[in-house]
Design a binder for this molecule. Structure first.
Ligand SMILES: N[C@@H](CCC(=O)N[C@@H](CS)C(=O)NCC(=O)O)C(=O)O
Length: 204
């Protein structure tokens, strides 16, 4: 609803009103396809651009964010453990962030180069090894629901299924396509990671 009481139809998922509205609207349209930016961040950046350009708009903004998480998400507080590096953990953290799921992040410290020893995991395994069917990292523990999982892609499927099964594919073709990309990603990752901890730049 604008200041004159007119109802505005939203196109492209973005709208803005007020004197600086066209600046903010244009700025937001320029960012809307960038998957790295949240709606809140796009709003914040757009309002800043509008305030920089429009003499009738100031930099004092109040941003209200609707909590769109389902009850299932709110009751889902898994623990995810992995090394203190991105590698196989990052895809899981990204998915959890995308789904807006709070989680406990246990970071295991790798030893220094050149050995990168795994003592942190050897110790941790004494504590969680019996809870896991196939002890490895990354692992996800969702003790409220009696769930323990290893294998990064299996963990991601579990999170997606919990949050929104559509993420796994809405029909047979999409499901197959997601699985294909996931397996290609594994092949690519496995090849690349062989070179991750040495200085074989030619091999890389
Ligand atoms: N296929 C498994 C591979 C898991 C894996 O290779 N984990 C490595 C780190 S990326 C590890 O250090 N595991 C503990 C160990 O080998 O003791 C997955 O995708 O999660």
């Amino acid at each position: 609803m604008d200041g004159s009481g007119n109802c505005i139809e939203i196109e492209d998922g973005v709208t803005a009103i007020g004197s600086g509205g066209l600046y903010a609207h244009s700025a937001a349209l320029g960012m809307i396809d960038d998957a790295r930016l949240s709606a809140e961040s796009i709003c914040h950046r757009s309002m800043k651009i509008a305030a920089d350009l429009c003499i009738y708009t100031n930099h004092q903004t109040v941003i209200e964010v609707m909590d769109t998480r389902t009850d299932a998400d709110k009751n889902f507080h898994p623990t995810v453990a992995y090394w203190d590096e991105r590698a196989k953990g990052a895809q899981i953290y990204n998915l959890l962030a995308y789904c807006g799921i709070d989680y406990t992040h246990e970071m295991l410290a790798r030893g220094p180069a050149p050995d990168f020893h795994k003592d942190a995991w050897t110790e941790k395994k004494k504590e969680v090894g019996e809870l896991l069917n196939f002890p490895n990292v990354p692992y996800l523990l969702d003790q409220d629901n009696g769930v323990n999982l290893t294998e990064s892609k299996s963990i991601m499927k579990y999170i997606a299924m919990n949050h929104s099964p559509d993420l796994l594919g809405r029909d047979a073709y999409e499901l197959g396509t997601c699985d294909m990309i996931s397996r290609m990603h594994d092949s690519w990752y496995n090849e690349l990671s062989k070179h991750g901890k040495n200085s074989d730049e030619e091999g890389l």
